[in-house]
Write a protein of this length. Structure first.
Ligand SMILES: Nc1nc2c(c(=O)[nH]1)N[C@H]1C(S)=C(S)[C@@H](COP(=O)(O)O)O[C@H]1N2
Ligand SMILES: [Mo]
Length: 544
């Protein structure tokens, strides 16, 4: 064995241009490490927020149709592959630029990576059902990439290279000759490449693990995208769930039907459950004569009903937006329970989600003819993952926390004095009927409007009872009746408008609704706990 010669030492002299290319390589390595761990974070939290996936989806959305068609005709199903390759090329270029910049103008490289992270975060936020947590993968990716970049680029600075520092210290002590000028640029090139390779390995491992961790999610996703829901047996195709004339043509008013991507989302799930419909089943058990287990295929084979229902959250404040209206396709829960035959004395159904959430619903609300649904479709699509794919409950007239269990997997017939549910255990009322409410959508609070005819418009709701009257009050003038649009049904909100001859000055607008039982929305202001907020929606406008 011969000892390695001096020349083979990892300490080599690296010229400036070489340092630049090493920095570029380090930048790419840092980016790979960051992206890999960002992908892993996405796979472990939510499926829709992967930095590359969300950027890819946004690119797909923004690509003009003609170009998409051209791509598909030119490269066929390889279009996704081309997109991924393109993203890799662009990302590598950004990484290389970041590396060079971090060497020449720190913290320029970190800033460039930060810019890329912001793009990823915005892309993730733009996806349907995104929340603040959607930026987490991009944030993790940036943090990791920036740390690796700083670490690697520091090794390219002769001033701080440990070997040089030792030499300088030795020089200061005077027990070594002054270092040769060339040694100033000596860096541990082999070690640098080793660390860069390690960063690449970490990134690739993170990416690979994210594929494994996200496999279930992807299986569920592809099952959802392949799913073709059967047509509703009721209403017949000729009878639309949303009749003509139900939507008012007023700029800025809440749309009558809320698009799935705009539908409010409330749940306790940190990661959206990705349930594969092939693995899903619902069990009806507890105080029943005939326990039932039904698979997704069996559910779809039953005659389904389509019905518009306005869902509301008990946490919605007066004037708030935790409310949405959709057409739901599903199987009537009362028919399912009729097959199971609840025992005498039962008064509650405890529904359970695959993620452990529970809701306690009065048995009566699920067996009467209000039309509670075991829903599979939302506005003509399979349920979005965020809204309970593959199956959720929708019960007209009850706040979501006592009725609208998403990803539902079990319904236990029981009694209120035997069991409690997720929110009722936390001090919320066991009964959650939706209160009669109304909201002004236009004009906006604080808006400046021109004197003359101003349209005041909004929505009002009293699910299962229906709205009979909406009144508007300008300042302290008498209440004036608004015009109601045609209601879809008593289970949905109704749009209303009032044409106001506005005079200059500051004015206060107030709205109140009266339901079909003759109950007028109370002025008494209460917060959401324990059974829903009350009060009148009121706002101020400046008429110029
Ligand atoms: N599994 C599960 N289902 C749930 C919840 C939940 O936290 N987990 N939240 C409920 C609440 S409080 C409301 S208001 C509705 C909201 O439904 P959405 O997110 O589809 O609008 O879902 C209900 N179903
Ligand atoms: Mo809710």
């Amino acid at each position: 064995m011969t000892a390695p010669s001096r020349q083979a030492s990892p300490l080599t002299t690296v010229q400036k241009p070489r340092r630049k290319s090493l920095a570029a390589a380090g930048g790419v390595a840092a980016l790979i490490a960051g992206l890999g761990l960002g992908e892993l974070t996405a796979a472990l939290t939510s499926i829709a927020t992967s930095p590359t996936g969300s950027v890819g989806s946004v690119v797909i959305d923004l690509t003009p149709g003609w170009f998409k068609e051209f791509m598909i005709s030119a490269v066929g199903t390889a279009d996704k592959f081309v997109l991924v390759a393109l993203i890799i090329v662009v990302a590598s270029a950004v990484g290389a630029i970041a590396g060079v910049l971090e060497l020449s103008r720190p913290p320029g490289g970190r800033a460039v990576l930060g810019g890329l992270a912001v793009v990823c975060a915005i892309a993730a936020l733009s996806r349907a059902g995104a929340g603040l947590s959607s930026v987490l993968p991009a944030a993790v990716a940036w943090l990791v990439a920036a740390l690796v970049l700083v670490f690697l680029v520091r090794r390219l600075r002769p001033g701080v290279a440990p070997a040089t520092a030792t030499r300088r210290r030795a020089a200061e002590r005077g027990d070594a000759p002054t270092p040769a000028p060339a040694a100033e640029s000596s860096i541990d090139r082999r070690r640098f490449l080793l660390y860069s390779a390690a960063a690449v390995v970490v990134g690739v491992a993170g990416g690979a693990m994210s594929r494994v961790a996200g496999a279930g999610a992807r299986a569920a996703q592809s099952a959802r995208s392949l799913l073709r829901l059967p047509a509703a047996a009721i209403p017949a195709p000729a009878v639309p769930a949303v009749p003509a004339g139900a939507a008012l043509d007023v700029a800025g008013i809440t749309p009558l039907v809320t698009a799935n991507g705009d539908f409010y989302r409330i749940d306790t799930a940190l990661a959206v459950p990705d349930v594969n419909p092939d693995d899903w089943s619902l069990t009806v058990n507890g105080m029943v004569e005939h326990p039932i287990t039904i698979t997704f295929a069996e559910l779809l084979a039953l005659p389904l009903t389509e019905r518009a229902v306005t869902l509301a959250c008990v946490s919605n404040v007066v004037g708030g937006d935790l409310i949405g209206n959709a057409t739901w396709l599903g199987y009537p829960i009362n028919e399912l329970l009729a097959r199971a035959k609840p025992a005498a004395g039962a008064d509650m159904v405890l529904s359970r989600s695959v993620d452990g959430f529970t809701a306690s619903t009065p048995l009566e609300a699920l067996t009467d003819d209000r039309g509670a649904l075991l829903a599979v479709g939302m506005n003509g699509e399979p349920l979005p993952f965020e809204h309970g794919f593959p199956v959720r409950m929708v019960v007209p007239g009850l706040y979501g926390y006592v009725s609208a269990t998403k990803w539902v997997s079990e319904m236990t017939v029981t009694r209120f004095d035997r069991d409690t549910a997720y929110w009722t255990r936390n001090g919320w009322s066991p009964l959650g009927p939706i209160k009669t409410e109304s909201r002004i959508d236009v004009p906006r609070n604080g808006e400046k409007v021109a004197a003359g005819m101003v349209t005041i418009a909004g929505v009002a709701w009293a699910q299962t009872r229906g709205i009979d009257k909406v009144e508007v009050r300008i300042d302290t003038e008498p209440w004036r009746e608004a015009t109601l649009a045609r209601a879809i049904s008593a289970d949905t909100w109704v749009q209303w408008l009032y044409e106001w001859q506005a005079t200059s000055g500051t004015h206060t607008l107030t709205v109140r609704a009266t339901d079909s039982t003759g109950v007028t929305q109370t002025e008494t202001q209460v917060g959401p706990v324990p059974d829903g907020a009350t009060g009148w929606d009121r706002l101020t406008v400046n008429v110029g």
